[in-house]
Design a protein around this ligand. Structure first.
Ligand code: 3SL
Length: 234
């Protein structure tokens, strides 16, 4: 019998029902914040500071950070970058410190600071994340960023994929991991096709970023597992 548990918080607005103390929180915003963080750190970004507001992000820009900001899917005015994984792979970001604020992803992370360890998950690094979590003794909570406090399909799909991979090592803490896993089992042969139906994918399609969705659907192309140390992800 497993002594470690894995749980899924379906939106940050439900975090008050979870006790993060002593646990590992895996933050997920597949479209696109956590996919960007993984891509950036895998492609030479030095560190990433996730902040909740545009003002905090601008303050860091003034002291030399590249500032990335997304609101309603688009790059916010006055910032160096938006929230596409491809921007995080450009030459100009290599070796740089990036400050980032997004509608849901950075908010979910900053609402999870009570956790003992904060990791960033995406389909892009799911194999490395799985192997790492298997070696840990703490309970795990996957925090889905959702959309403005509501459930979303793509983060839950990822949560299900991770729960499925960890089901032999962890006990499911409630029905959310079971439901997320069932969703993943339905979608596993065509993650991109399944995700295309999500409301956020449709929102992004209007902004012409289908290629971002396709990119973020790829499994295990990177080995990096961003971890929060102080205020920065490395
Ligand atoms: O909400 C977020 O954190 C973003 O990832 C949303 S978007 O994909 O950049 O629109």
């Amino acid at each position: 019998m497993n002594t470690k548990t894995i749980d899924v918080c379906l939106t940050p607005d439900l975090l008050h029902q979870y006790d993060l103390d002593g646990k590992i929180a895996v933050i997920v915003d597949i479209l696109r914040a956590t996919s960007c963080m993984v891509s950036g750190l895998a492609n030479g970004v030095k560190e990433i500071v996730p902040v909740s507001t545009l003002e905090e992000c601008l303050a860091l820009q003034k002291i030399g950070y590249l500032a990335a900001a997304e609101r309603e899917g688009a790059k916010a005015n006055g910032f160096d970058m938006g929230n596409s994984p491809f921007e995080y792979m450009e030459e100009k970001v290599k070796g740089q410190k990036v400050a980032v604020t997004t509608t849901n992803g950075t908010l979910a992370l900053n609402k999870s600071l009570a956790a003992e360890q904060i990791l960033v998950g995406a389909f892009l690094n799911i194999a490395a994340l799985t192997e790492y979590l298997k070696t840990q003794t703490e309970d795990v909570i996957i925090v889905c960023a959702g959309w403005k406090g509501k459930f979303n399909l793509e983060d839950t799909l990822f949560a299900g994929a991770l729960c499925y991979r960890l089901r032999d090592q962890f006990e499911f803490a409630c029905d959310a991991p079971l439901a997320a896993e069932a969703m993943y089992l339905q979608a596993q042969n065509d993650i991109f096709g399944y995700m295309k139906n999500s409301s956020h994918a449709k929102r992004l399609a209007k902004l012409n970023v289908i290629k971002d969705i396709e990119f973020c659907s790829q499994e295990s192309i990177y080995d990096v597992i961003p971890v929060l140390v102080g205020e920065s992800l490395f």
